[in-house]
Design a protein. Structure first.
Length: 432
């Protein structure tokens, strides 16, 4: 079952080994092969690899308007209502992230500023096939639409080579996705990056996927933008005796059921909470449909960690830089200042991480594997480009010319210096 550590032992056994998972050579080789083939042969290569990996090729790549309309009749009305309410929350949160272009008037003769412009075409990858994730559609598409992206193109695998899950189509309509294509895996990433006869290329690709999708995103990065290379899901929970062991166990299992590499940690000064949580985990595992996956994750990647005090728990958490951090303490807002590194934080005894996955509003596409030390969750900013601008009048340039020329000559770039000095003579046209 899940191991129990003292804080120092946990540091030695886990933190010193916290190395970002590299993609295996086999995964990378397959990704390189598929991407190269699609760059060369377009749709013909798409069909080859979809048949090879998925077993069947859809009769048409794009989901038609008729298929999208029909999907609404195949999804339960209560589910549709829940998705709409979740979308409202996600929009309300991300609307407040919008930033306007700005001018910065230094004085009468100098103007600088920054233009905010949306990326024109974005591809969102949504896992599909055996499981469907409408929440991923909402979380990736809504910020892009708010940013003003002109084309939001969704890719997701077809079930048995025929149709995508109806709930994904409905979620796409709710979010405002412009077009949907029935394709997943490496081949979908390659098609979005380089375009084929059937599938248009995009400027950036966002969304989670398996190891093959992650490898493909890493390989096409530079030719297109990507959001991040996501690893296994993770949660760290800081709690004391005020926390319910049943709540803690349920939240740990919510992450552990993702896959066998999911990471779940409880950090607490309370030995009684550790003991009770261990019992609760064993009890709740019994009727969990994904018991085998969760059990393996808890055993191999989980930990119940005994710390000296809450301060040490936050120190450990900041070293882990978890994707999700739960603070199951009384007066949780008092502890926000202690957080240095975390993807998303859940405060109090009644804010399970599941709220963030589906409904609360903040994005659930988050940095993993310690990358919260230097990166953030998906936001409107991920779909915006920032272009700076500068205007100097002749009088303003005259005032600073010597400084610019001095620095340019120090760097032995005489052409740079001349580009300034030539404007101080009568050569060239006069202008504003």
């Amino acid at each position: 079952m899940i191991p129990i550590y003292q804080a120092n032992e946990f540091k030695q056994r886990y933190l010193v080994k916290q190395i970002k998972q590299a993609h295996s050579n086999q995964v990378m080789d397959i990704a390189k092969e598929v991407i190269a083939a699609i760059q060369l042969d377009g749709d013909r290569a798409l069909k080859k690899y979809v048949a090879k990996f998925d077993g069947a090729v859809p009769s048409s790549w794009q989901v038609t308007d008729q298929e999208r309309q029909a999907a609404w009749n195949l999804v339960d009305a209560d589910t549709i209502s829940a998705l709409k309410r979740a979308a409202e929350n996600i929009r309300a949160f991300h609307d407040k992230q919008v930033t306007q272009s700005r001018f910065m008037q230094m004085d009468e003769e100098i103007i600088t500023g920054q233009l905010y412009r949306p990326i024109e075409k974005v591809g969102i990858y949504v896992p599909g096939g055996t499981a469907s994730y409408p929440s991923t559609v909402l979380m990736t598409a809504i910020p892009a639409i708010i940013a003003g992206v002109e084309q939001v193109i969704m890719v997701t695998p077809a079930r048995d080579g025929k149709e995508i899950a109806p709930i994904l189509s409905v979620a796409a309509d709710i979010a405002g996705v412009h077009s949907i294509y029935k394709i997943g895996g490496i081949q979908a990433i390659a098609a979005l990056a380089y375009g084929t006869e059937a599938i248009p290329s995009v400027d950036k690709i966002v969304g989670p996927g398996n190891a093959y999708v992650a490898a493909a995103k890493a390989l096409v990065f530079g030719d297109v933008g990507i959001d991040m290379i996501a690893g296994p899901s993770e949660v760290a929970i800081i709690a004391d005796e005020s926390a319910s062991p049943d709540h803690v166990a349920a939240d740990m299992l919510a992450q552990a059921e993702h896959d066998t590499n999911a990471r779940t940690f409880l950090m607490t000064p309370s030995q009684s909470l550790i003991d009770a949580t261990k019992v609760a985990l064993e009890r709740q595992l019994e009727d969990l449909p994904r018991k085998s996956i969760a059990q393996t994750a808890l055993k191999q990647k989980g930990a119940l960690v005994k710390v000296e005090n809450i301060e040490e728990a936050f120190q450990l958490s900041n070293q882990i830089a978890p994707e999700h951090l739960e603070i199951q303490l009384n007066n949780p807002l008092d502890y926000l200042a202690k957080i240095k590194h975390a993807g998303s934080v859940f405060l109090g005894h009644y804010s399970p991480e599941s709220l963030g996955d589906y409904y609360a509003g903040p994005n659930h596409v988050l940095p993993t594997a310690g990358t919260a030390r230097f990166s953030s969750g998906l936001s409107v900013d991920d779909f915006i480009k920032k272009t700076t601008f500068t205007y100097y009048s002749k009088e303003a340039l005259v005032k600073v010319a010597n400084d610019v020329i001095t620095i340019a000559e120090e760097e032995q770039l005489s052409g740079h210096a001349r580009a300034v000095s030539i404007r101080l003579t009568n050569k060239g046209k006069k202008g504003i």
